[in-house]
Design a protein around this ligand. Structure first.
Ligand SMILES: Cc1ncc(COP(=O)(O)O)c(C=O)c1O
Length: 443
């Protein structure tokens, strides 16, 4: 099998997610295979993946250890009842995750995506306060430009206006948002953590004053905001959030769906920034993207508080048919083992300075208005065309695909990069050469 499967199907039926469907279907970009750092396309080309799947596949596509684990597991135990029954792989993966996590994180609740992990984390926070008889703690604090998936909880605490617009009137009522931390006047072209902006965390203190700190259940943030176009936290910002949460008994949730598993050169961003939250959500890199899975890691005291009560009843009325799915768990175990065996997180960390230098070389382009990076996450923000925000970014994406044999991600006019954790400097150089040409051509 060479990966070049000719695509003969119809295009109408598949309603594609976060995609300009009609535009896409006029000239579809269809992937039929993948190997290592490359995709194969339905028109017989091999294109380089500059985004590691969708922030998912840091080890490269179709990693043999992971595909073998999936094949073996699906022939051994394809599905296992997840309520009142358990499977060996889910227990093993939970143990492995707690060993990797910051100290004190000793329990894991499995979901199937980042969105489910986010909603699960919010429900755990509410259940915790209920169990502690702090029933007034019902308010959540999210952040402008935050992304916590598309389910109603995550959408309510998220702060990307386009995602919320159609659903605004039905979102959770008790939610406030911190300001986002992007500021072109102070922070344009920052490398790593911007020096300006730690004080923006003080808005949490102001929200505590306005609503009463004792009414707030949890604050949820991405340590580095990803989907909105890479907003690294200002130096000291996360630490300040932690302090204010502690002062008011508020749980701090880090949504690490992107940042966990090497993306910021460590097992978790919590470790990299030296700030420990109470709950961590993960997905994506957990299985190297090979099978959907999400996981919520919690401190032991949260598990202990909730998991009391009559021995014959579930303590937490929440769960999914596929929570801890054995095939996903086997993929997760293989991914974590491979990260360890191949020294992936260290390798990613060592690549960071090269990535930083090369992405910032685009700063001289007249259509570029900002560049930001942290870990192996980077964004090149383009000036929007008059009256057509997003059009220039989409054109660059298409030119990359059709003319440069390169897959990049554009969120509107913000080009985003998530190189493989085991990419080489030459891969990064090649990526940005192609991107520069595509920005030129897009005009
Ligand atoms: C921080 C964060 N949380 C949640 C999600 C949602 O994950 P999923 O698309 O798997 O539901 C994402 C997806 O990009 C994310 O980046």
């Amino acid at each position: 099998m060479d990966g070049f499967d000719h695509f003969t199907g119809g295009l109408q039926a598949h309603w594609m997610p976060f995609t300009a469907n009609s535009d896409f279907k006029r000239a579809p970009r269809i992937l039929t295979g993948a190997e290592g750092h490359y995709y194969f396309t339905s028109d017989g080309r091999r294109v380089y993946d500059s985004f590691s799947g969708l922030w998912t596949t840091g080890l490269g596509h179709c990693h043999p250890k992971i595909t073998e684990a999936i094949a073996r597991q699906s022939m051994t135990l394809d599905h296992a009842m997840s309520f009142q029954m358990g499977n060996d792989k889910a227990f093993a993966l939970a143990e492995r995750l707690t060993a990797l996590a910051p100290e004190g994180f000793d329990a894991v609740f499995f979901a199937n995506s980042g969105s489910e992990a986010a909603d699960t984390a919010l429900k755990i926070a509410l259940a915790y306060h209920q169990a502690k008889d702090e029933k007034r703690r019902t308010r959540f604090i999210g952040r402008e430009r935050g992304y916590h998936g598309v389910n109603f909880g995550g959408l309510s605490v998220g702060g990307i206006p386009a995602n919320r617009a159609a659903f605004q009137s039905s979102l959770l009522p008790n939610v406030s948002h911190l300001p986002h931390t992007h500021n072109l006047e102070h922070n344009a072209y920052s490398k790593g953590e911007p020096q300006w902006g730690a004080h923006l965390a003080d808005d949490l203190a102001a929200l505590c004053k306005r609503h009463g700190g004792e009414t707030i259940a949890a604050v949820i943030v991405e340590p580095v905001a990803g989907s909105t176009g890479i907003l690294p936290p200002p130096a000291g910002y996360l630490k300040r959030l932690r302090e204010i949460c502690d002062q008011h008994g508020i749980l701090l949730i880090f949504d690490e769906v992107i940042t966990a598993f090497g993306r910021v050169g460590a097992s978790f961003a919590a470790e990299r920034f030296g700030v420990t939250p109470d709950i961590i959500t993960t997905a994506k890199g957990l299985t190297n993207g090979a099978i959907p899975m999400g996981a919520v890691l919690v401190k032991q005291e949260i598990y202990d508080a909730i998991c009391q009560g009559p021995a014959h009843l579930p303590e937490f009325f929440h769960g999914y048919t596929y929570s801890g799915h054995p095939v996903a768990a086997a993929a997760g175990l293989a991914a974590l083992e491979t990260y360890n065996d191949e020294g992936t997180f260290e390798e990613a960390r060592a690549l960071e300075p090269v990535f930083e230098e090369m992405i910032h070389e685009l700063a001289d382009h007249p259509n570029v208005v900002d560049i930001r990076n942290f870990g192996l996450m980077g964004a090149v923000e383009l000036a929007p065309r008059p009256n057509a925000p997003g059009a220039r970014g989409l054109d660059v994406h298409k030119i990359c695909f059709w003319e440069e044999e390169l897959v990049i991600r554009n969120g509107g006019d913000i080009l985003q990069f998530s190189p493989f954790l085991n990419a080489k400097p030459g891969d990064i150089a090649m990526t940005f050469e192609k991107v520069r040409r595509a920005i030129d051509k897009a005009g």
